[in-house]
Design a protein around this ligand. Structure first.
Ligand code: SAM
Length: 289
């Protein structure tokens, strides 16, 4: 083919030929902007030996760019109407395997088992937005531990994930992701880069697994509980949120713990760094009943 799948005219022609109607419920917004595809592929820092898992290939716009750069791409697409289209568009690429499944139901280990000889495992996706957080956490914490995730998502969600203390976007999502992965927004992507256009702008988020984690969380379960509760009511003080979690009778000890961390008595969760949440967790584990 003289032009890439993402070329707007070729995309329209493919969709028309198959009589394809977009399903909003499946988050179907296809990329037709070559510059954005290049930004995604650059953010993935692809090496020829990488094994790439793609979520939701659509008609294959991004898949094609990936297939040109790595030895193997495995693409999981839920919509069976797209499978014959992908058979056609992916025909020139013998290193692409398309699987007709729901990624939330897919056993990721089984998915990559046929390809044992590979360098890094990377997940690259223009995500259907309704599954952004569940799929992201499964990829971070789940069975295959990819080295890098490059995920197109709603701009606001990417901002929440990458923000630090004192930002209005900083919250439990920032903390839970950043304890496990280095985060970075590689590009902001306007609505006009997709057909049909979504309602909000998007961003390309890069999550890179730490070689050595900067955070040693000794009580991960309690840490998560404390972080979630601390941000539960953002306007409330940390002290009050912790009293809700541990019980009002613990208030004197909670006041002492906050003082021991050299934080103001009325400090709010959004002012604490990850390391401070970690110290807070250790003190709560030691001093609270
Ligand atoms: N990668 C294509 C592109 O960039 O043009 C399509 C991206 S579109 C935002 C999301 C794709 O994910 C759609 O093809 C949709 O059918 C598919 N999808 C939605 N939910 C899915 C799920 N649970 N598992 C796998 N694919 C899914």
């Amino acid at each position: 083919h003289a032009v890439d799948i993402a070329d707007p005219i070729r995309t329209q022609a493919i969709l028309r030929r198959y009589g394809f109607k977009f399903k909003k419920s499946l988050g179907q917004n296809f990329l037709t902007n070559q510059r954005v595809l290049t930004e995604i592929v650059d953010a993935a820092d692809l090496q020829p030996t990488d094994l790439v898992v793609e979520i939701g290939p659509g008609i294959g716009s991004l898949t094609e760019q990936l297939a040109r750069r790595v030895q193997q791409v495995v693409a999981v697409e839920i919509d069976s109407r797209l499978i014959p289209i992908l058979d056609e568009t992916m025909a020139p690429y013998d290193n692409v395997q398309v699987i007709n499944q729901d990624i939330l139901q897919t056993d990721l280990k089984t998915l990559i088992a046929p390809y044992p000889d590979h360098g890094a495992i990377k997940v690259v996706a223009n995500l259907p937005y309704y599954i952004t957080t569940p799929i992201m956490f499964r990829l971070i914490e789940g069975e295959i531990q990819p080295d890098r995730l490059v995920l197109m998502m709603q701009k606001e969600v990417a901002q929440r994930i990458t923000s630090g203390p004192k930002s209005k976007h900083y919250g439990s999502l920032s903390v839970s992701v950043q304890t496990q992965m280095a985060t970075n927004i590689a590009a902001i992507v306007p609505k006009t880069s997709f057909v049909p256009q979504p309602n909000v702008d998007s961003a390309v988020l890069v999550l890179q697994r730490y070689l050595e984690s900067p955070y040693q969380i000794s009580e991960p379960e309690l840490f998560n509980k404390i972080v979630t509760s601390s941000f539960q009511q953002r306007r409330k003080s940390l002290q009050n949120n912790l009293c809700t979690l541990f019980g009002k009778d613990q208030r004197p000890q909670i006041i002492e713990i906050i003082a021991a961390l050299e934080l103001p008595a009325q400090v709010r969760a959004e002012q604490l760094t990850i390391n401070q949440f970690n110290q807070l967790t250790d003190l709560c584990a030691q001093r609270l009943a």
